[in-house]
Design a protein around this ligand. Structure first.
Ligand code: ZN
Length: 173
């Protein structure tokens, strides 16, 4: 049973400066790599690797275009937080609690709000994130400017979006 949707792990390379690997893709100015792995606990996972951001996806959780978009947009938002916002979460504190307890943490509130704003703008399209081909859907639609993803955007409208969650614990209440 996956109790939590996502996790944030800061993984700093012990080698200091590391160039992004050749398979990294540029998404909004951030080098991203994707890894597929069946995980017991998470549907998606973002790792900060210094010069790039690695997003791990659990294929067993990506059963629709909607699921793919929800998971990838949320993980990408963690990369945005690290690469564009110096892990400031753009001023979020606990506002994300409206989505569920897990999102009360500042970094999760930011990531989830980014993902919901992305879906509001782009629908269930993942092409802009350049994920592995089997998870690329729709046409590229640029994600929201990170600076616009602010705590005041956490409103009933975003909360009402029908967001997929892999476990009852993380369903929107
Ligand atoms: Zn998260």
């Amino acid at each position: 049973m996956k109790q939590l949707f996502l996790s944030v792990i800061l993984f700093l390379s012990s080698c200091g400066f590391v160039t992004p690997p050749p398979n990294a893709v540029d998404v909004g100015g951030i080098p991203i790599t994707y890894k597929l792995e069946v995980m017991n606990k998470y549907a998606g996972y973002a790792n900060f690797k210094g010069s790039y951001c690695q997003i791990t996806l659990d294929p067993t959780d990506i059963t629709s275009e909607r699921n793919a978009t929800v998971i990838i947009a949320h993980e990408y938002a963690h990369c945005v937080d690290w690469f564009k916002l110096k892990f400031s979460h753009n001023g979020f504190r606990n506002e994300g609690a409206i989505y569920g307890e897990y999102f009360a943490r500042a970094q999760e509130g930011f990531a989830e709000t980014y993902a919901r704003m992305y879906i509001q703008k782009c629908g269930h399209s993942t092409a802009w994130f350049s994920p592995p081909a089997e998870y690329s859907f729709g046409t590229p639609c640029e994600g929201p400017d990170p600076s616009t993803v602010t705590p005041d955007k956490v409103t009933g409208g975003l909360n009402a979006l029908n967001i997929y969650r892999p476990s009852p614990e993380s369903q929107i209440r």
